[in-house]
Design a binder for this molecule. Structure first.
Ligand SMILES: [Fe+2]
Length: 162
C-alpha cells in the first residue's frame, strides 16, 4: 500500500479510537474501492484516501448535533479530513478533491467525477448488505440498477447480493 495511505489509515484509526465499528466500515469501503479501481479509472490516492476518511465527520456531527444525519456528516467531515491530510503533507489539490467528495458523499450529482462514482459505489457495496433487507431478489435487483454508478460496482453488487 502507498506509504501515505498507510498513514491516513493510522490517523483514521487514531481519530475513531475505540469505535471499531466505524473503523471497520471505513476499511471495508476502502477494500471495495480497491476492487473497483482494478477495472475503473480513478486516482488511487484520492479514491482510497477518501474511502478511509469519508465518514470522518460523524463524530463531530454526533458531538455538536447529537445526530449522524448524512448532511451533517458532509458538513463536519471536510475540516477534519483537511486537518489530517495537511498534517501528513498531502498536496493541496489532492486534499481539495478528497474534501469535496467527502462533503457530497451522500449527495449524488453534486460531484460528477470518476473518483466520486467509485466512492459512491464502494460505500453502497457495504451499506446495501448492512442496512437493507435483501430477501426479495427482484427488489434487490431494482435497487442495484438504480443505485450503482460504475459498471464494476454494479457487477460486484449483483455478484454479492443476488
Ligand atoms: Fe460510509
Amino acid at each position: 500500500m502507498h506509504e501515505l495511505l498507510r498513514s491516513i489509515e493510522a490517523a483514521m484509526r487514531a481519530y475513531f479510537g475505540s469505535d471499531q465499528r466505524r473503523i471497520d466500515h471505513a476499511l471495508r469501503v476502502a477494500g471495495f474501492a480497491e476492487e473497483i479501481l482494478k477495472s475503473e479509472k480513478g486516482d488511487r490516492l484520492v479514491v482510497i484516501a477518501t474511502a478511509i476518511l469519508h465518514d470522518i465527520g460523524i463524530r463531530e456531527a454526533e458531538r455538536k448535533f447529537a445526530s449522524s444525519a448524512g448532511n451533517l456528516q458532509e458538513q463536519e467531515g471536510p475540516p477534519v479530513a483537511r486537518e489530517i491530510l495537511t498534517g501528513l503533507g498531502l498536496a493541496e489539490a489532492v486534499i481539495d478533491e478528497v474534501c469535496e467528495i467527502i462533503g457530497s458523499h451522500h449527495s449524488p450529482g453534486e460531484v460528477d467525477t470518476d473518483n466520486f462514482r467509485i466512492i459512491w459505489d464502494a460505500d453502497w457495496l457495504v451499506n446495501l448488505g448492512d442496512e437493507f433487507d435483501l430477501t426479495d431478489s427482484d427488489k434487490t435487483r431494482g435497487m442495484i440498477a438504480k443505485i450503482f454508478q460504475t459498471v464494476t460496482g454494479k457487477g460486484l453488487a449483483e455478484r454479492i447480493y443476488l
